[in-house]
Design a protein around this ligand. Structure first.
Ligand code: SAM
Length: 251
């Protein structure tokens, strides 16, 4: 239940050192050298909403690389595709969030010598309600909704994570020019998302073509647990990749 969720009273009161110990000191404390105080100025810039087991953030590499080949991209998540960016997953289910958290700690432990995976973390949170406690206006550069729950029944549509009023929230947290990515294999949900995103004044659809070279496109289609499941089931029906850019937002 929501009452067991922990969240700060506002974004500036969030103790990010628990999530990104390499980048933040405890609230109120400061790193005392210049390089480290730059790190403290970092903010979470990518949010994976309803991240599930956190495959988009990072995974144990499933490919055994015996002979490294420059032409094959073995990157498996946001952590190593965007090593300079802090990415946060938000997940409602306690057990799933706990699993993803432990996985990230294990990845960090396994990669201690390189410091990899220090840039990803997860919070257990109801993203429909609590984003304002974690993020400031214009903070996010990318927000992901991968294979969100379809909530088929009409009476349940209010639980869909993409809806007119929630889109206004997402636009608020996205920087101007920030990107919203969503993928689904459910045709009905795809149409719903297109409708609400197209009608929203703060978002503009951008073509798949214009995202050529954007490494995130490959990741959103292939890295999350749900996307792998759809692939395993022979589904070429990940028809729902949609990209929207956030437009100017009045203060
Ligand atoms: N994105 C992941 C993937 O592609 O593998 C998980 C997809 S799963 C079908 C949808 C996830 O969204 C579930 O893990 C669910 O618990 C989570 N979720 C649903 N509503 C949520 C909310 N309001 N806040 C945070 N997570 C939510």
């Amino acid at each position: 239940a929501d009452h067991s969720l922990e969240f700060p009273s506002c974004p500036s009161k969030m103790d990010w050192s628990e999530h990104f110990p390499l980048f933040f000191t405890k609230l109120g404390e400061r790193f005392n050298d210049e390089e480290n105080s730059m790190k403290t100025k970092k903010k979470v810039e990518f949010a994976d909403v309803g991240c599930g087991y956190g495959g988009l953030l990072g995974s144990f590499c499933e490919v055994q690389v015996t002979v490294p080949r420059a032409d094959i991209n073995f990157k498996v998540g946001l952590a190593d595709t965007f090593p300079e960016v802090l990415s946060l997953g938000l997940e409602l289910r306690a057990k799933v969030a706990d699993y993803a958290h432990k996985k990230i700690l294990a990845l960090r432990e396994q990669n201690k010598s390189t410091g990899k995976y220090q840039n990803i973390s997860i919070v257990r949170a109801n993203a429909m309600k609590y984003l304002p406690y974690f993020f400031e206006k214009g903070q996010l550069k990318k927000i992901f909704f991968l294979f969100p729950d379809p909530h088929f029944k009409k009476s349940k549509h209010k639980w869909r994570i993409i809806s007119p009023h929630l889109l206004s929230d997402y636009a608020y947290f996205l920087a101007v020019g920030g990107l919203l990515y969503t993928v689904t294999d459910v045709a009905e949900l795809y149409e719903w998302e297109i409708k609400h995103l197209s009608e929203h004044p703060l978002f503009m659809r951008i073509s798949n073509e214009s995202l050529k070279g954007d490494a995130t496109v490959d990741l959103i289609l292939n890295s999350s647990e749900e996307s792998k499941k759809v692939t395993r089931q022979g589904g070429d029906n990940k028809m729902g990749e949609i990209y929207y850019v956030s437009l100017f937002l009045f203060a």
